[in-house]
Ligand binder design. Structure first.
Ligand code: AMP
Length: 215
C-alpha cells in the first residue's frame, strides 16, 4: 500500500508510520529525518536545508520534490511506502501526483492525523530525540528507561532545536498557512482517511488500523 501521512508536527505521524511500515515491509520515508541526516552528514542538501529547518520554515518545493522523487525510485519502495511529512504544500502535492502518474503508480490513501493545537505544543516541547537512531521519547508521556539514554540503541537523547517553544509555534503557524489546505485537497479527491490522534501510541495505532482495514 502507498500512503501519505498528513497532520501537524507532533501529531504522532512518524511514530505510527514507523510501526506500520516495519510490520508490512514498506519504506518509511520521513522527509524531516532525511533532511536531519543530510545536515548531520554535512552534504550539499543538508547545507541548503539547515537554515530553514532551524527557524521552523519549509525548505523550497523544487528541492524537496526532487529529493522525494529520487527516494521513491529506490528498491525498498517496491512493496509499498509511507510518506511522512511530505507533501506539505499544494505544489508538492501536485508534483507528487505527477511523479506517481509518470511511473504508473498511485497513492492509495492520505491519512490525516487530527489533534488539538495546545496538546501539540506540550508534546513537541517535551520531545526527546535520539542522536543515534532518531527514535522519539517524551519527558512525560514516553520517558526513556534511563534518563537521557535511548532505550533502543543507547544513544544520547536531546531536544531538537526546532522543538523549542518559539520554533514549535512557528512550525504550527507554517503548517496552518501551507499544509492545512491539503486536507481539503485530498478530501475533495476522495482520498482522505481521518484519524483522531489524541491518546496513547497504541490507541491511535488501533484507530489507524481500523481505518486502513475498513478502507
Ligand atoms: P519534521 O521532522 O517533519 O517536522 O520536519 C522538520 C523540518 O524539515 C521542517 O520544519 C522543515 O524545515 C523541513 N521539512 C520536512 N519536510 C518538508 C517538506 N515536505 N517541505 C519542506 N520542508 C520540509
Amino acid at each position: 500500500m502507498n500512503l501519505v501521512f498528513l497532520g501537524p508536527p507532533g501529531a504522532g505521524k512518524g511514530t505510527q508510520a514507523k510501526v506500520i511500515a516495519e510490520k508490512n515491509g514498506w519504506a518509511h520515508i520521513s522527509t524531516g529525518d532525511m533532511l536531519r541526516a543530510a545536515v548531520k552528514a554535512g552534504s550539499e542538501l543538508g547545507a541548503q536545508a539547515q537554515g530553514f529547518m532551524e527557524k521552523g520554515e519549509l525548505i523550497p518545493d523544487s528541492l524537496m520534490c526532487a529529493v522525494v522523487a529520487d527516494r521513491l525510485k529506490e528498491t525498498d519502495c517496491q512493496q509499498g511506502w509511507i510518506l511522512d511529512g511530505f507533501p506539505r504544500t499544494r505544489v508538492q502535492a501536485d508534483r507528487l501526483d505527477e511523479t506517481l502518474a509518470s511511473a504508473s503508480l498511485k497513492m492509495d490513501h492520505c491519512v490525516y492525523f487530527h489533534i488539538d493545537q495546545e496538546i501539540l505544543v506540550a508534546r513537541l516541547t517535551g520531545r526527546l530525540t535520539c542522536k543515534g537512531c532518531g527514535a522519539n521519547f517524551h519527558v512525560a508521556a514516553l520517558p526513556p528507561k534511563e534518563g537521557g539514554v535511548c532505550d533502543h540503541c543507547g544513544g544520547e537523547l536531546y531536544t531538537r532545536v526546532d522543538d523549542e517553544e518559539a520554533t514549535v509555534r512557528n512550525r504550527l503557524k507554517v503548517y496552518e498557512e501551507s499544509t492545512a489546505e491539503l486536507i481539503g485537497f485530498y478530501q475533495d479527491g476522495g482520498r482522505l482517511l481521518r484519524v483522531e490522534a489524541e491518546g496513547s501510541v497504541e490507541e491511535v495505532g488501533a484507530r489507524l488500523a481500523a481505518q486502513l482495514g475498513d478502507s
